[in-house]
Ligand binder design. Structure first.
Ligand SMILES: Cc1ncc(COP(=O)(O)O)c(C=O)c1O
Length: 449
């Protein structure tokens, strides 16, 4: 046998035995003849059509059912004015419970002025990835302010909140690692876990005992582990049990990642989020994640934590390295919004009062508000997706904009109208909306029954 024919120095018989073994274990893919047969077989035409994709078909089914039931399509409604607690749609004024403008800062004169000044100086684009040629002074200034706000060493901003989670998890973990996430964690956390190739464990919502049982049984199978969860849950308005989570992450040598998308500006006496709400040191959490699209009325996301974490992400996170830098006017606007949040804690306090009022009044009316704790997000769970769609449409006709959240975003049977509160909502706005809801809900239920 020549050198060329020798596979790992095995003779022909040994080579054949090894190849047979690999084939049996399905490690080599289909044998050559079978591959050829498959290659020449006709590929069904549907595999070449977008309209045949299952997700596309599902959208069409929902659209047709909605039309048949006479439900106005609530998605992609164009608003005539900025996202605030009141809005104009088609020239008519609406109460708006579908905005992230938690502290009423969207369009604030100082925020607009900061964006305009940055735009005048730097234009509307960073022009390149920051690593290459996109760095501008508003980037680093904003990151410093974020790190100070959290009381951690450093921070880094990304151009998308969703991409922040995806990129960060995929950078930190690989196939030998694992993510343990809350069953209600945001899609971006799940996507990050999938992209990383790490194993994924979902524990029941906010159930630290169940999480501990999972860690006990499986932690040792993996190298690095992230426990990934939200601070204030975006669909349910419940708050993470942070002290218990910190204890678990310490006991089982994990990283703890908390998504503060809906906590910043909302939780804690001065809006500093979950750590302030519980009075725990922010440094007990390894990875603070947040978005600029809510309280900070911009667009993008951030990670705050140790200097090592931030340095690693700045050089290795694909969503940062291979993506353009944040437009300088957005960085300047969100930094100004953060400055105002810190300067005027009465905005956060007002939001907390308004949210607690909403929850109290909803409960008084016998509505099912699920896990909501009365901080900025309160779902009214109606069960059936059609009921949720009909109810939202009926409320829209009466000038209340509250969007339905239906299957598959939440489980079937858990469809809801989700109310986002703003510090600018008035008590009478809330009473009006809830009274309309209570009148329209039985009608929607009767229509579906
Ligand atoms: C909990 C949570 N994380 C991440 C994101 C993604 O943020 P963005 O919309 O800013 O991309 C969202 C979006 O709403 C969210 O609710």
């Amino acid at each position: 046998m020549s050198e060329k024919d020798s596979l790992f120095g095995l003779d022909a018989g040994e080579q054949k035995a090894l190849l047979d073994q690999l084939q049996t274990a399905n490690l080599l893919g289909a044998p050559k003849e079978e591959r050829k047969r498959r290659d020449s077989a006709a590929v069904p035409e549907r595999f070449g059509k977008i309209a045949e994709l299952p997700d596309y078909k599902q959208i069409q089914v929902q659209r047709v059912v909605g039309e048949k039931m006479g439900i106005l399509n609530p998605f992609f409604t164009c608003h005539d004015t900025k996202a605030k607690g009141r809005t104009r749609i088609g020239g008519k004024e609406f109460l708006n419970f579908s905005t992230y403008d938690y502290l009423g800062l969207n369009g604030h004169p100082e925020v607009n002025a900061a964006a305009a000044a940055a735009m005048k100086k730097f234009g509307t684009s960073a022009g390149a990835s920051r690593l290459v040629a996109g760095e501008r002074p508003p980037h680093a200034a904003f990151e410093r302010l974020l790190a100070e706000t959290y009381g951690v060493e450093d921070a880094v901003i990304f151009v998308s909140g969703h991409a922040t989670n995806v990129s960060t998890i995929a950078t930190l973990l690989g196939p030998r690692d694992a993510v343990y996430h809350d069953a209600l964690a945001h899609n971006s956390i799940i996507m990050g876990a999938k992209l990383s190739g790490a194993s994924r464990y979902s524990y029941p919502h906010n159930d630290c005992e169940a999480l501990e049982r999972m860690l006990e049984q499986t932690r040792s199978r993996h190298e690095r582990v992230i426990i990934a969860t939200e601070g204030l849950f975006s669909m349910d308005g419940s708050i993470l049990k942070l002290p218990e989570m910190i204890a678990l992450k310490q006991r089982y040598t994990c990283f703890l990642m908390v998504d503060e998308a809906h906590s910043l500006g909302v939780l804690g006496a001065t809006g500093r989020g979950c750590a302030e709400h519980y009075g725990v040191p922010a440094t007990d959490v390894d990875i603070w994640m947040g978005t600029l699209s809510k309280t900070l009325c911009g667009c993008g996301g951030f990670i705050a934590g140790s200097a090592e974490l931030v340095e690693l992400l700045k050089f290795k996170a694909a969503g940062f390295v291979y993506s353009v830098g944040m437009p300088p006017p957005i960085a300047a606007a969100s930094a100004k919004a953060l400055e105002i949040m810190l300067r005027e804690p009465e905005r956060t306090q007002r939001l907390q009062e308004v949210s607690a009022f909403f929850l109290r009044e909803a409960k008084k009316r016998g509505l099912n508000t699920g896990y909501a704790q009365g901080f900025a997000i309160v779902p009214v769970i109606v069960g059936n997706s059609l009921v949720a769609g009909l109810l939202a449409a009926a409320m829209f006709k009466r000038r209340v904009n509250a969007l339905p959240i239906i299957y598959p975003v939440v489980e079937e049977g858990m469809a809801r109208l989700r109310f986002f509160l703003s510090s600018e909502h008035q008590e009478e706005d809330i009473l009006t909306a809830l009274d309309i809801l209570v009148e329209e809900l039985p009608k929607a239920q009767a229509e579906v029954a």
